[in-house]
Design a protein around this ligand. Structure first.
Ligand code: NAD
Length: 296
């Protein structure tokens, strides 16, 4: 059955996600501060809302895809925001990647009003958003997850319920902290191998079937040659940009600080990605940090 969906944040990710909801037959009322994003949404068959309040009052489901926690808090809890204007029974889905604490605060405020909310950050990038093959990591109640799933199924391929409110964000930053740390480890090994005269292909062949095996090595090898599909073979065009990795590593550090978890390698990875980004690497693929570690 067609629903009226309000979609706020029609950027690189939100634009194609909203377009997939339109294609599936839903009425999608969009809002973005950018006129270009609004025009692209209209071109894809969506409707334009005059603002957040109007959108929230009209929608049965609201999806947000915004840059950071401060935007999400403002749009949901601020004056003229979603919580002030949503009808009873409206389902709220935030797919932005934000800090766990903000996700839990906004979800609790929604619950106080009797509104179901899930945090549903994604992995898969713009390609996945366009193809409708994103992975959604979802935090919220069983009822919230069940209500959100039919809509997430349109925009994604893998939909995982990670637990209560905020656990979607927790899953995303824990996974990406593993990824950031493991990528640096693999890059350091290739740099050391070069110094020792060990051929990159030989290291790949040995480690990909030995205890050094990991996704950063075998699915995303950071040096050209062994894995033709990896960004290393196209001068580190992203892929997954280093600045996005830095964002997620900073969120992981915020969460570690506020929860008291010791994550010394996560802290080191965040520091190294900050140095890499500040030295001009922010727009390159995150595996390009191998060049920085090599000193080139
Ligand atoms: P983007 O900057 O392209 O889009 C964000 C959009 O939000 C912009 O169009 C902006 O105008 C709009 N916006 C900001 N404040 C607003 C407000 N107050 N009202 C209305 N619109 C507002 O960013 P993106 O790449 O689409 O990323 C969105 C989210 O998805 C981020 O949290 C990001 O971390 C996450 N994410 C991105 C990728 C990726 O590959 N780009 C991958 C996974 C997750």
């Amino acid at each position: 059955m067609a629903s009226t969906i309000g979609f706020i944040g029609l950027g690189n990710m939100g634009g194609p996600m909203a377009a997939n909801l339109v294609k599936a037959g839903h009425r999608v009322i969009g809002f973005d501060l950018s006129g270009d994003a609004m025009s692209a949404h209209a071109d894809a068959g969506g409707e334009k809302a005059g603002g957040v309040a109007e959108l929230a009052a009209a929608a049965e489901v609201v999806v947000t895809m915004l840059p950071a926690g401060k935007h999400v808090r403002q749009i949901y809890q601020g004056e003229g925001g979603i919580l002030e204007n949503a009808k009873a029974g409206t389902l709220l889905i935030d797919s932005s990647t934000i800090d766990v604490d903000s996700a839990r605060v906004v979800s609790a405020a929604a619950a106080e009003q009797g509104l179901a909310m899930v945090d549903a950050p994604v992995s898969g990038g713009v390609g996945g958003a366009t193809a409708g093959t994103l992975t959604f990591m979802v935090g919220g109640s069983d009822e919230g997850f069940a209500a959100a799933k039919p809509f997430l199924d349109i925009m994604g391929k893998t939909i995982v319920h990670a637990g209560g409110a905020g656990n979607g964000q927790a899953a995303k930053i824990c996974n990406n902290m593993i990824l950031g740390i493991s990528m640096i480890g693999v890059c350091e090994a290739f740099v050391l191998a070069e110094k020792l005269g060990l051929d990159a292909q030989k290291l790949f062949d040995i480690s990909s079937t030995a205890s050094g095996q990991c996704w950063s090595l075998t699915s995303y090898c950071p040096v050209p040659g062994p894995l033709p599909s990896s960004p290393a073979n196209r001068d580190y065009q992203p892929g997954f940009a280093a600045e996005m990795m830095l964002k997620d590593l900073k969120l992981a550090q915020e969460a570690a600080n506020s929860s008291g978890a010791a994550t010394p390698l996560g802290a080191e990875a965040a520091a190294l990605y900050a140095l890499f980004c500040n030295s001009g690497g922010e727009g390159t693929d995150f595996s390009g940090i191998v060049k920085f570690l090599r000193g080139t």
